[in-house]
Design a protein around this ligand. Sequence first.
Ligand SMILES: Cc1cc2nc3c(=O)[nH]c(=O)nc-3n(C[C@H](O)[C@H](O)[C@H](O)COP(=O)(O)OP(=O)(O)OC[C@H]3O[C@@H](n4cnc5c(N)ncnc54)[C@H](O)[C@@H]3O)c2cc1C
Length: 367
Amino acid sequence: MTQPDIIVIGGGIAGTSAAAQLAEHADVLLLEAEPQFGYHATGRSAAIFIRNYGNAVLRALNAASAPVLQSGAGISDTGLLSPRGELLIAGEEDITDLENYAREATGLEHLRPDQAVELVPILRKERIAAAILEPDAQDIDVDRLLQGYLRLLRGRGGKTVTNSPVCNLTRDNGLWRVTTKETEYSAPVIVNAGGAWADQIAQIAGAAPVGLTPMRRSAVLLDAPQGYDIDRWPLFASVTESWYAKPDAGKLLISPADEDPTHPHDAWPDDMVLAEGLHRYEQAVIVPVTRPTHSWAGLRSFTPDRTPVVGFDPEQEGFFWLAGQGGYGVQTSPALAALCAALCTDKTPDLSAEIVAELSPARFARE
Ligand SMILES: Cc1cc2nc3c(=O)[nH]c(=O)nc-3n(C[C@H](O)[C@H](O)[C@H](O)COP(=O)(O)OP(=O)(O)OC[C@H]3O[C@@H](n4cnc5c(N)ncnc54)[C@H](O)[C@@H]3O)c2cc1C
C-alpha cells in the first residue's frame, strides 16, 4: 500500500495547486476521479482575474495571488495574465449597486456612457446611466496554470493518479486509509479539494459537512458581431451581475450569470436559463444575438458565508478542507495553495491571522 505524507483528493485547480506547493515539503499523492485534471469547474471558467471581485477576504486572497499569476513564479516561464479590463454598466435603477461596488473597490475609473460605448461599441448608450472600468482585470491562462502546477508537482516528486474516485475514508492508528475503486492508500493527512463534492467527501470521512451549495453557472460562445474587432474589448457586464460578456479567442463568451443551487454532478446548461440570460444581454446591446456555437455549465460551490473553507477540520484529525472557492477559485488558487501548504507543514502563513481565521472550518463547527 502506497503511503505518502499527504493525499490530496480532487485534481481541479485547488487540489493541483495545493499538491504542487505541498510537494516542496512532503511526499504528496494527488487523486482525481475523472480521466483528466481540471474536468469540472476548473475547465469551465471564464478565466478572468478581477481584483475587486468578492468579499473582503476574497479581495485579500486576490491581492496575494496577483504577483504569482503575474510573474508565473515557477509555475510557468512567463506570466499567466494578459490585459483585458472589466467594464461594469448600470442603468438608472442600478446606480446604488454601482456605488456600493465602487465604495469597496480600488483602482476603478468612473466612465460616462459615451466613454463606455467607445470601449464596447455595441453597447446601447441610452441604457447606461453610469459605468466603471477596472483596467487591471486580466485574462488568466487557466490551462497553462493547471499544467504548470502539475509539472511543478511532478518535478518535486509528487505522484498523480486519474480515474481514481475516492469512495471510502477511514482513520486508524493516526492514518487515513483512502480507498479508490482499484487501490488503497494511506497517509496521516488528507486534503479535501473535491470542489462541489467536498461535503460528500467529508461525510465519507465522518466529518461534519460545512453546508456547501454547488451553484450552476452557464456560458455560450457566439460568433463575434459582424464588422467589429472585439479582441481588445474588456469583459463587459451589468453591475447587478445579471449577464456578462467577454471576448474569447475571436468569439464572444456570454454568461447569464446564473447561480442556480443544485447537487454535485457533471453540469450542463438549461436552455431556458441560457435564453433568458441572452435576452438580458441583448437588451443592453445594439446587435442581435446569433446562434451559439458552443454552450456549457459548471458548478461554483459556495459555503453559507460565500468565503472559502481552508484549514484542518476541528474534529477530524488530519482532515484538511480546501473548498468553497465559489466563482473565485482560479484567481485565488496561488494564495490558497500557499496557505494549505503552510498549515499542513506547520509554517507561518503569509496571510494575516485574521484572514486565516475567517477561512477556517472552525467557524462551521457543531454548536
Ligand atoms: C462558468 C464559470 C465561470 C467561472 N469563472 C471564473 C473566473 O473567471 N475566475 C475564477 O477565478 N473562477 C471562476 N470560476 C470558478 C472556478 O472555476 C472554481 O472556483 C474553481 O475551478 C474551483 O476549483 P476546484 O479545484 O475547487 O473544483 P473543481 O475544478 O471542480 O475540481 C474538483 C475536483 O475534485 C474531483 N473529485 C470530486 N470528488 C472526488 C473523489 N471522491 N475522488 C477524487 N476526486 C474527486 C472532481 O472530479 C474535480 O475534478 C468559474 C466557474 C464557472 C462554472
